[in-house]
Design a protein around this ligand. Structure first.
Ligand SMILES: C[S@@+](CC[C@H](N)C(=O)[O-])C[C@H]1O[C@@H](n2cnc3c(N)ncnc32)[C@H](O)[C@@H]1O
Length: 260
């Protein structure tokens, strides 16, 4: 088996298979949030760190006007090619989520599965939240889904899963390499074993993310200003079951509303 040390984000086809095969519950949840808090009016959506555009594409197919940005040009190209293949205008472009201008303001933005935690400093997280608030319409929403660091109980330490599409299958393992609560950084190791009829490839990758306890996330919102928490959910994505965040909460989706 050939082994390479590269970012999984530079392999959008494999990324999209690993993270994109079952996004129905996320898509349904985004639509449910829209109905519950914004009603039935037609709205514009935005995704910072959109990656391969798996969610943007699903929402575009449901008739929403969408736009996205991502730092990784291969992911952006993958997203735009998928839109074009399906006769849709491409909507993604390369930009940094801490400083960017969207084409137009939006009503609802979403940032699920920890992408927000790629912002590894307090300054970049504050810049991002301010940039998002500036371009959200009055009364608009921002959904941030992330894993918190529980302050009671042991956090989950590793997971593995597999996904298959046609002749391509990818076996994924992810584990914690280091937690540094003082620096608020967590390092994760990742291994992707890619199987095709003609190739066996192992991609080894490492990710560093900023960690948040519930209090640290609240304090960040206070520093950034501009947002209030409307409600919180977990990764079950059940609109009928909001959760109360407490010291043992691990996965959370904050529904934020632009203030004022
Ligand atoms: C876990 S992936 C999520 C992609 C997509 N949101 C999804 O749900 O599949 C995280 C993405 O964040 C992007 N990213 C990391 N830092 C970024 C930044 N500063 N600005 C824009 N995108 C960023 C990466 O390139 C990667 O595509």
């Amino acid at each position: 088996m050939e082994t390479v040390t590269e970012s999984i984000y530079d392999h959008p086809r494999y990324y999209d298979l690993v993270f994109g095969t079952d996004c129905a519950s996320e898509l349904n949840f985004i639509c449910d949030v829209k109905e519950k808090y914004l009603g039935s009016k037609s709205i514009r959506m935005f995704e910072p760190a959109c990656g391969t555009g798996r969610l943007l594409f699903g929402l575009a197919k449901r008739g929403f006007e969408v736009e996205g940005i991502d730092l990784n040009e291969k992911a952006v190209a993958f997203s735009n090619q998928r839109f074009q293949r399906h006769g849709l205008e491409p909507v993604a472009r390369v930009a940094d989520m801490t400083r960017f201008r969207a084409q137009r303001k939006w009503d609802l933005a979403f940032n699920t599965i920890n992408s927000f935690r790629h912002l590894t400093t307090a300054e970049s997280a504050v810049d991002h939240l301010k940039c998002m608030a500036d371009q959200t319409k009055r009364g608009g929403l921002y959904l941030i889904g992330l894993h918190l660091t529980p302050t009671t109980g042991e956090p989950l330490d590793g997971e593995s899963w597999s996904a298959r599409r046609g002749h391509l299958s990818v076996l994924t393992q992810m584990w914690t390499v280091e937690r540094n609560p003082a620096k608020r950084l967590e390092r994760f190791g990742m291994k992707f074993d890619v199987y095709t009829p003609t190739k066996l490839l192992r991609i080894e990758d490492e990710l560093t993310m900023r960690s948040y306890t519930p209090q640290q996330f609240s304090s960040l919102l206070g520093k950034a200003g501009g947002w209030e928490v409307v409600e919180t959910y977990d990764f079950a994505y059940n609109i009928k079951r909001p959760i109360q965040v407490d010291s043992s909460t691990e996965d959370v989706v904050y529904v934020l509303r632009k203030k004022g």
